[in-house]
Design a protein around this ligand. Structure first.
Ligand code: ADP
Length: 165
């Protein structure tokens, strides 16, 4: 399969975006013409950033890369992919736990729409230990997540937390 001249959707919560996500997005942009970072609107109360804050900061980070587009979506991913006319979904793979979850998701999406394929990119060993939930835990416990997130996300999180005080 030739994956050049193709677009891919990279969906996720990105709550918040981490250096691990950035690594996947940048690597994908070398193999695909367009990477649509699709931020999922989820109503989960445990979100640290709301959807607009997540989209805004990701747009800011990739503003100089015209191969990377940031968007939000709600509802079924396969429906969104069809609306965008993009048939390939990209997900990152860090651990065996990721594999089990991702296998279920990819199979379900393919059953919902057999024209949709999911492909996986293995996490870079330097970032494979990073997860958004880890960042949230560190922050809630008053620690610094500086090492795991880009500066723009760090300052956005600081603003959000200061407002909550
Ligand atoms: P979701 O809630 O949909 O799992 P996430 O924002 O947690 O959304 O993750 C989006 C995608 O990025 C998933 O495929 C996840 O496995 C992958 N991912 C998350 N963190 C990393 C990382 N550190 N390295 C590589 N891939 C990652």
């Amino acid at each position: 399969m030739c994956i050049r001249d193709r677009s891919v959707i990279y969906p996720g919560s990105f709550d918040p975006l981490t250096n691990g996500h950035i690594n996947i997005i940048k690597r994908a942009s070398k193999s695909f013409d367009k990477v649509v970072v699709a931020v999922a609107v989820n109503s989960s109360k445990s979100s640290i950033m709301n959807i607009d804050q997540r989209v805004k900061v990701i747009k800011k980070i990739f503003k100089n890369n015209n191969k990377i587009v940031v968007d939000k979506f709600e509802g079924l991913l396969v429906k969104y992919a069809n609306q965008k006319k993009i048939k390939t979904i990209l997900r990152g793979m860090r651990t065996v736990q990721d594999f089990e979850y991702e296998l279920q998701m990819a199979t379900s999406n393919n059953k919902l729409d057999s024209t949709i394929e999911t492909i996986f990119m293995v996490a870079d060993a330097n970032f494979a230990h990073i997860s958004s939930s880890l960042i949230k835990d560190i922050i809630k416990l008053g620690g610094s997540a500086k090492e795991f997130i880009p500066g723009a996300v760090e300052s956005e999180l600081k603003k959000i937390l200061d407002k909550r005080k």
